[in-house]
Design a protein around this ligand. Structure first.
Ligand SMILES: Cc1cc2nc3c(=O)[nH]c(=O)nc-3n(C[C@H](O)[C@H](O)[C@H](O)COP(=O)(O)OP(=O)(O)OC[C@H]3O[C@@H](n4cnc5c(N)ncnc54)[C@H](O)[C@@H]3O)c2cc1C
Length: 478
């Protein structure tokens, strides 16, 4: 503590917008003196990636929910915007903070900010402490026998499971100390959430998002309960069927840290105290993929811009025409599964994983477009757009990533929809213009003998597949 000062703490919340299982807040609740809780909208620090539109929409509502939850616990959420390091330093000085607390982040630019701040604090006699909160297995703790990072998921996850079980989640503090106040009793001034302009104006494309999601901690916990009470027991099958709610839909809640992976892990433990069904193990391994993606980003901070496999720097991507790209983005490629997925994305900010794979494969293999084009569109439109999972999965589909899908694996959108949406339930939901077609025709509407307000395929599957295979083969041969 700086000599002569009264204790005062500052918690900086980032991708951990929750009270439950929040080690930084729990620690702060145990300290003497006032507590300032701040969120910084940082679009200014070098290398920090500004959020996409859908994620901004989510953030707005998540911060509103968090502000209410903090107020109920006797605290207050302070909002500031700008380069985070300068803002936290100024706020620490303004509030006379003797302790800085935060939960760890794993992206390169974010780690650089945190390291700089820690050094600054130490130089001033301020205690800066960070906690593990958002990953169950921090990247540097899971290592191969040779001491390096894992490049393949299965041994990575086996090593995680062979290690110590993730710790128990911490209960939310019931009461938090009130914020620091100046000589006239005023807490530090907060910016207004509404002034941040995170919500869309005209056109307001967020209606479907609002109808689909409840951002915030209580929405996250409701999702978990619904999932654990039903779909998890058939997850192994259900997760592949886009027409049913067979997955947890926790991804945006995890993205913003409204629920901790430790809480999810132990809720499953409590629900299945004996031997858990294999479906639970499959679900846990999906949480493992999230951890693996973060480990990849930790080791490769430029995962969103550089090929993980450098040989892909020579790959002959083709520049798609503006009309091809627009057709893909708007869900008008003429392939129902791809189009339904892209429209689900636009309407709800989320797309089923199987359909993400098919839609991404169509862009990078059938249109031979650089995966970064797709990654950027998903970044802007997904409510769960995540700095690790988005590029890692795009690179997985493209073949340029770690443990990547082999280059010859080209998802056939017709086969995929016949297999996983046989009755066309999912297709009908997002493609109303095809809703009159029967289960046989809906996968290949160009074979229907009626006029439809639906485009013909923008590219033939056999020829575009052959072109992709040929291009990948040339990469291998050089
Ligand atoms: C091209 C492409 C882009 C993607 N971009 C993202 C993204 O930006 N953010 C994101 O969270 N996921 C991304 N994914 C992974 C996956 O599609 C979503 O995590 C999943 O669909 C979220 O739905 P859910 O919460 O119902 O998942 P569930 O099936 O219920 O899985 C539970 C949790 O496990 C994690 N998870 C599941 N699958 C994966 C995976 N393949 N990679 C990493 N984590 C996974 C998620 O946190 C998810 O919430 C992407 C996949 C593809 C193919």
């Amino acid at each position: 503590m700086p000599s002569g000062s009264n204790p005062s703490s500052l918690v900086w919340l980032r991708d951990d917008l929750r009270l439950d299982d929040n080690p930084a807040l729990v620690k702060a609740a145990s300290l003497d003196g006032p507590l300032t809780v701040v969120y910084v909208l940082d679009e200014a620090s070098p290398g920090v990636r500004p959020l996409g539109g859908a994620a901004k929409w989510w953030l707005h509502h998540s911060l509103a929910a968090l502000g209410a939850d903090l107020a109920a616990a006797g605290s207050r959420l302070l909002l500031r915007r700008g380069a985070a390091a300068g803002i936290i330093q100024a706020l620490a000085e303004e509030t006379g903070a003797t302790t800085l607390l935060w939960n760890r982040r794993y992206g390169g630019p974010e780690r650089a900010v945190d390291a700089g701040l820690k050094e600054w604090a130490t130089g001033r006699g301020i205690t800066a402490t960070s906690f593990q909160a958002n990953l169950m297995f921090e990247p540097w703790t899971v290592r191969t026998g040779a001491g390096g990072p894992y490049k393949v998921f299965t041994p990575f996850w086996r090593a995680c499971l062979d290690g110590t079980e993730p710790r128990l989640p911490l209960e939310a503090p019931r009461r938090l100390p009130p914020p620091a106040a100046d000589a006239s009793g005023q807490p530090p001034a907060s910016e207004s959430l509404a002034d941040w302009g995170l919500l869309p104006h005209t056109p307001d494309w967020s209606v479907g998002l609002g109808a689909t999601w409840t951002p915030g901690e209580s929405g996250a916990h409701s999702r978990l309960e619904e999932f654990v009470d039903g779909p998890v027991e058939d997850y192994g099958t259900g997760r592949n069927i886009p027409g049913v709610e067979g997955t947890s839909r926790l991804s945006p809640h995890l993205r913003f840290g409204e629920i901790s992976p430790f809480r999810i892990w132990h809720t499953l433990r409590e629900h299945f105290p004996q031997q858990a069904p294999s479906d639970v193990g499959i679900f846990r391994s999906e949480l493992g993929w999230r951890e693996f993606c973060w480990q990849l980003l930790y080791e490769n901070p430029e995962l969103a811009s550089r090929n993980y496999r450098p040989e892909f720097d020579r790959f002959a991507w083709q520049t798609p025409s503006e009309s091809e790209l627009t057709a893909w983005r708007q869900g008008r490629t003429g392939y129902p599964l791809v189009d339904a997925g892209m429209r689900q994305l636009w309407q709800t900010g989320w797309m089923h994983n199987r359909v993400r794979m098919a839609a991404a494969s169509f862009l990078v293999k059938n249109l031979l477009a650089d995966w970064r084009l797709g990654e950027a569109w998903f970044w802007d439109t997904l409510v769960d757009a995540d700095a690790a999972s988005n590029p890692a999965n795009w690179q997985w589909v493209a073949g340029s990533g770690a443990d990547a899908s082999p280059y010859f694996r080209i998802f056939n959108p017709i086969t995929q929809s016949k297999k996983f949406d046989a009755e066309g339930r999912y297709l009908r939901r997002y493609l109303p213009e095809l809703s009159g077609l029967d289960a046989k025709r809906i996968h290949e509407p160009w074979k229907a003998d009626c006029a439809l307000d639906y485009p013909d395929p923008i590219v033939g599957l056999p020829e575009s597949r052959a072109r992709a295979l040929d291009t990948y083969q040339r990469l291998k041969d050089t």
